[in-house]
Design a protein around this ligand. Structure first.
Ligand code: PHE
Length: 542
């Protein structure tokens, strides 16, 4: 190989668990999950969700960590290199891995944008919180410090104005200055953390932020549990709120719909960050003799706790308690739930500016530990492909990410570009990745190598269950669900997107990104092959 890779490692076991949990716990837990559950049958959604957790997430997370470390020990940290070595140096898998680097890379293009909305909202609430001290400020155009408006429609308007969702290019006028400014700061923070490196940047930051996430969650949960029927109206008690989220209404009906299974499985991928290249890449920085078996399980379970217990409790129940039936219509939409309904709830709560601040600070901290994990695989990809220094890689990744975010910010009307980016990167690609990865593990890496890798440094012995679970449960489950997905949704979605110019441009852009990744991977893999041949010939001559 051209150049020995710099061998970076995590500093400690706690550090890697926090970094992977940080990657997993994010907007997916606090915004996407409640909205998905509420719009797919409430409590009934939890049945396919838990099945997907057991059938896919738990075995695949262990295998993904092990696969990552298998590659990392051989100097590979991106899916391209890891798939290549783990498949017994098969160019096909190397190129697949290169193409699949797309997932986290593209998710980041809009995730960073949404992360900056969270930062903007947190700062706006902080402005309101500081107002009594005479230090108030407002980042929302034409608005007093803080966020306390007089109607649901006003909250909706404030959201539309700050995100530019009313018309394309709206953000490039005077109104967009705050959101673009905050976005620039968030982007710089992300790129700087990646530039600092795995242990000095990502790991240290995740360790510092984890307590903040915990404190903000405790504040919000405590508030929610002590609310019980704040308006005194019928049907708006804590139990009604919890019931809306958790009661399995028409379970039999709900379970018959393939779309619910698809939603549950993609939620699992998005939320745990598996099959998105993030966990694979993080796993590759674990040292050879350190545990992966328990660590993978701990991170997956930490994510589930934050998603089901915290995310499930803190978002939908207060909306129902304050707004009753009026809230329930909009609860299925991820952004309305977080950025319209909840601000409306905080507006009606005593000390709402404080709770609003705590909530959006929580979202922001959870989001940033996820967004940095989306950047690392692309940086590792460039290292393997071109042998660039870290500075050069981060610069290239930053430029590519910002170009993608520019497309997202340009076509803001109805957030169509964001939707298209999300559909391809967060729904389509993880399924494809899961299928490629399970095939690789089952047919090419094989039972023995997987077991050895999982057992090396293991604190608990799970290795004997992982391979059969993947071969006999995950792979067939994924093939069936993906088959249904292609059959039921794919064509419709493509047609729907083709009808909107913003989506079409976004898709052309995404296709170009994918093609670039695949082309670079082909050249890299061919180079590796050539180098191996030369190495062998040299060996034979000696
Ligand atoms: N898991 C993160 C969340 O729940 C999102 C994410 C997706 C992170 C893909 C990394 C890779 O918000």
């Amino acid at each position: 190989m051209k150049k020995p890779m710099q061998n970076e490692h995590w500093g400690s076991r706690l550090g890697v668990v926090l970094a992977v949990s940080g990657s997993a716990v994010g907007l997916g837990n606090f915004l996407r999950f409640p909205a998905q559950a509420a719009s797919n049958g409430g409590g009934a959604f939890m049945i396919p969700y838990l099945i997907a957790l057991v059938a896919v997430a738990i075995p695949l997370a262990s295998a993904e960590w092990a696969l990552g470390r298998y590659g990392g020990r051989r100097g590979m940290h991106s899916p391209m290199g890891i798939y290549y070595v783990a498949s017994g140096r098969r160019p096909f898998f190397g190129v697949c891995g290169g193409g699949l680097t797309f997932t986290a890379f593209v998710i980041n293009m809009y995730y960073l944008f949404v992360e900056s909305w969270c930062a903007l909202y947190a700062l706006q609430y902080l402005g309101g919180l500081l107002a009594p001290l005479g230090l108030g400020f407002s980042l929302f155009p034409n608005q007093a410090p803080g966020l306390s408006l007089d109607s649901a429609a006003a909250y909706q308007d404030a959201f539309l104005a700050t995100t530019g969702a009313t018309r394309d290019r709206a953000l490039f006028g005077a109104n967009g200055a705050s959101v673009l400014g905050v976005f620039a700061l968030c982007a710089i923070a992300n790129f700087w953390l990646i530039y600092r490196g795995v242990s000095k940047g990502i790991e240290r930051f995740c360790k510092a932020v984890a307590p903040l996430i915990l404190i903000c969650s405790i504040i919000i949960i405590f508030r929610v549990l002590t609310l019980d029927n704040p308006t005194g109206k019928e049907g708006q008690s804590l139990l009604d709120g919890l019931g809306f989220m958790w009661n399995p209404q028409n379970a039999a009906e709900t379970l018959k719909k393939p779309s619910v299974w698809l939603a549950a499985t993609s939620q699992i991928f998005f939320s745990t960050s598996i099959c998105t290249s993030a966990v694979l890449c993080y796993g590759s920085y674990v040292q050879a003799k350190r545990d992966v078996a328990l660590s993978s399980l701990t991170s997956t379970m930490t994510n589930e706790f934050c998603e089901v217990c915290l995310g499930g409790l803190m978002i939908v129940p207060p909306a129902i308690m304050f707004l009753g039936a009026a809230a329930s219509e909009k609860i299925g939409s991820v952004f309305s739930l977080g950025f319209v309904i909840l601000p409306n709830v905080f507006g009606q709560m005593p000390a709402g500016q404080f709770f609003g601040f705590a909530f959006f600070a929580l979202l922001f901290f959870a989001a940033i530990t996820s967004s940095i994990s989306q950047l690392q695989p692309a940086s590792a990809f460039l290292e393997e492909a071109f042998g660039w220094t870290r500075g050069k890689r981060v610069l290239a990744v930053a430029l590519a990410e910002l170009t993608g975010t520019f497309v997202v910010c340009w076509f803001t009307e109805g957030l169509v570009a964001l939707d298209a980016f999300d559909f391809w990167s967060a729904n389509f690609m993880p399924f494809l990745c899961a299928l490629v990865q399970t095939t690789l593990i089952v047919f090419f890496l094989g039972r023995k190598k997987l077991r050895d890798e999982l057992d090396s440094g293991a604190i608990i012995k799970t290795s004997k269950y992982v391979f059969p679970a993947i071969a006999f449960v995950s792979l067939p489950y994924l093939a069936i669900v993906f088959g249904f997905w292609l059959y039921g949704e794919f064509v419709n979605k493509c047609k729907e997107f083709a009808a909107k110019p913003g989506s079409l441009t976004s898709e052309i852009f995404l296709l170009a990104v994918f093609a670039a990744l695949v082309i670079v991977s082909i050249f890299t893999v061919l180079r590796w092959k050539r180098e191996e041949r030369l190495g062998k010939e040299k060996g034979a001559n000696l």
